[in-house]
Design a protein around this ligand. Structure first.
Ligand code: ARG
Length: 456
C-alpha cells in the first residue's frame, strides 16, 4: 500500500490516518493522470522505457481515468494520497510494468504539477464566474442610468448619483480582480515536472516535451524552487480574498439598502428566508452568507502564509496542508460569485424611495456652492455661504429648493432665479458629466469602455 520501501516499518493505523491526504487530494485524479500520461510518453520518446511498456501503461491510465469519471472505479481512501492510489491501481492491473511509471519522478514534482494544472483550471472557472457577474451588473446599470439615488460618504448623504453609476463601481473592482487572475495565470504557467525530488535526475528526460503536452508555456527554471514553490497558491488565495472583500462590501450595502429604514431594494424571495417565529420576516440570508464567507477566504490565505513561512528548501510535508485551504477558497469564491450574479439579476429597485431619499440630506449643497462660483465667488467663500444657508434650512426644516429667492438674496445679492434650475436633483446628476462621473452620458462611456475591454 505504501510507495516507500521496506526499510520502514509501516505506519500504525492512527499514524496513517494522520499522514494521508487522499480524503482531499482525490479531486486531483484527472490532473494526476494527465501528468502521468505526459511523463510516460516522454520516458518512451527518450528511450528510458520501451514503446510497448509505454503503451500498456498509458492505455491502463486512460482506462482508470475513464472509470473514475464514470464512477465505475471508486478511489480507495485507504491509500496515502491520489498519487499512490493511481500508481498502485495501475500496478495492480498491469503488473510489474506499472512500476516503471515512477522512473525519473518524485511525488514532490508530481504533486506540484497536479496543483499547477488544477490552479490553471480553476482560474479559468473563476474568470468565467467574474465575467458573468460583470455582465449582470452591466445589464442592471443599462436599465438604471436615470435612476437617481443618494450617494454616501461616512454613511451620510453626500451627493446625487444614479444606481447605474453606483453599481458600476463594483464592475470596476471585479475587472481588476479579473486582470489579477490573468496575471497569476501567466506566472504559474510553468511546468515543475522533471524536478523530481529536488535535483532533477540523471536520466535524459525532456521537460520541454512534458511542458508542451500538459499545455504549460515552459518548464520551471530551478528544480529546488519548483518543488517548494507555493507562491501561486498564495496568489490565488489573495486574489480570492480580494474578490470576496468586494462581494462582502456589496452585500453589506445591499443588506442595509433592503432594510425598512432604507427600502431602496428588495431581494427576490428566492434569495431570502423567513423566521421560524416571526411570520413577517424576510431575511437576506444569501447576501449575509456571502459576507460571512469572506472570512473563510481570508482564513485560507493566512493558513497557507503561516504554513509556508517557516519551511526550509526544498519539499516539506507541511506543503500537503496547502490543498484544503486552496480547495476551500476556490469553492467558496466560485459559489459566492455565482450566487451574487443571481441576486443582482433578480434585484427589485424601489426607484421612488431612492428618488425621495435623494431629496434629503442636502445632496445639492455642493451644486449650490458651484452655482455661486459660476457667478464669480471664490469656492471657499461660496462654501461658507452655503454652510450658513444649510444651517438656516435645517433650523426651518426646509429643503434648499424650498427657500424663497428673497431669502437667498438676504444671504447674497448674487443669487438669481436660475439657481433653482441649477440645484434641481435631476440637473445635479446631468451636470456631472466629467469622465467617470454619474451623468447618463458619462455612464454610457463607462459601460462602452468596460464592454470593450472585456470583449463583451
Ligand atoms: N501528499 C503529498 C502532498 O500533497 C505528496 C507529496 C509527498 N512527498 C513526500 N516527499 N512525502 O504534499
Amino acid at each position: 500500500m505504501y510507495l516507500w520501501g521496506s526499510h520502514l516499518e509501516g505506519l500504525e493505523d492512527f499514524t496513517h490516518q494522520f499522514n494521508k491526504s487522499i480524503d482531499f487530494d482525490k479531486i486531483l485524479f484527472e490532473e494526476d493522470i494527465r501528468g502521468s500520461l505526459a511523463h510516460v510518453e516522454m520516458l518512451s520518446k527518450q528511450e528510458i522505457i520501451s514503446k510497448e511498456d509505454c503503451k500498456i501503461i498509458s492505455n491502463e491510465l486512460k482506462n482508470i481515468l475513464q472509470e473514475i469519471k464514470n464512477k465505475e472505479l471508486e478511489i480507495n481512501l485507504n491509500e496515502e494520497d491520489i498519487h499512490s492510489f493511481v500508481e498502485n491501481e495501475l500496478t495492480k492491473r498491469v503488473g510489474n510494468v506499472g512500476k516503471k511509471l515512477h522512473t525519473a519522478r518524485s511525488r514532490n514534482d508530481q504533486c506540484a504539477v497536479d496543483l499547477r494544472l488544477y490552479s490553471k483550471k480553476v482560474l479559468g472557472e473563476i474568470k468565467e464566474d467574474i465575467l458573468n457577474l460583470i455582465k449582470v451588473i452591466i445589464e442592471i446599470a443599462e436599465e438604471n442610468k436615470k435612476t437617481i439615488m443618494p450617494a454616501f460618504t461616512h454613511m451620510q448623504h453626500a451627493q446625487v448619483t444614479s444606481f447605474a453609476h453606483y453599481i458600476l463601481s463594483y464592475a470596476q473592482m471585479l475587472k481588476r480582480d479579473l486582470e489579477r487572475l490573468y496575471d497569476t495565470n501567466e506566472r504559474l504557467d510553468e511546468n515543475p515536472l522533471g524536478s523530481c525530488a529536488l535535483a532533477t535526475t540523471s536520466f535524459n528526460i525532456d521537460r520541454f516535451m512534458t511542458s508542451e503536452k500538459l499545455g504549460f508555456k515552459k518548464p520551471t527554471e530551478n528544480s529546488m524552487d519548483s518543488v517548494s514553490d507555493r507562491d501561486y497558491v498564495l496568489e490565488i488565495l489573495f486574489n480570492n480574498s480580494l474578490i470576496m472583500t468586494h462581494l462582502s462590501r456589496l452585500c453589506e450595502e445591499l443588506i442595509y439598502f433592503s432594510s425598512s429604514e432604507y427600502n431602496f431594494i428588495k431581494f427576490s424571495g428566492k434569495f431570502s428566508t423567513g423566521s421560524s417565529i416571526m411570520p413577517q420576516k424576510k431575511n437576506p440570508d444569501m447576501a449575509e452568507l456571502v459576507r460571512g464567507k469572506s472570512g473563510r477566504a481570508f482564513g485560507d490565505l493566512f493558513t497557507v502564509f503561516t504554513i509556508l513561512k517557516g519551511t526550509t528548501l526544498a519539499y516539506n510535508k507541511d506543503f500537503q496542508e496547502d490543498k484544503e485551504a486552496l480547495f476551500d477558497s476556490v469553492k467558496t469564491t466560485s459559489s459566492c460569485l455565482k450566487i451574487m450574479s443571481a441576486i443582482i439579476e433578480s434585484l427589485e429597485l424601489n426607484k421612488k424611495k431612492m428618488r425621495e431619499s435623494a431629496e434629503l440630506g442636502y445632496l445639492n449643497a455642493t451644486d449650490l456652492a458651484d452655482y455661486l462660483v459660476v457667478k464669480g465667488l471664490a469656492f471657499r467663500e461660496a462654501y461658507d455661504l452655503v454652510g450658513q444657508i444649510v444651517n438656516y434650512a435645517l433650523k426651518n426644516n426646509l429643503k434648499l429648493e424650498d427657500i424663497s429667492l428673497e431669502k437667498y438674496k438676504d444671504f447674497s445679492e448674487i443669487f438669481g432665479e436660475d439657481l433653482f434650475d441649477f440645484i434641481e436633483i435631476e440637473n445635479s446628476l446631468k451636470n456631472r458629466k466629467v469622465y467617470g462621473g454619474p451623468a447618463e452620458e458619462a455612464v454610457k462611456i463607462q459601460i462602452k469602455n468596460l464592454k470593450k475591454s472585456l470583449n463583451l
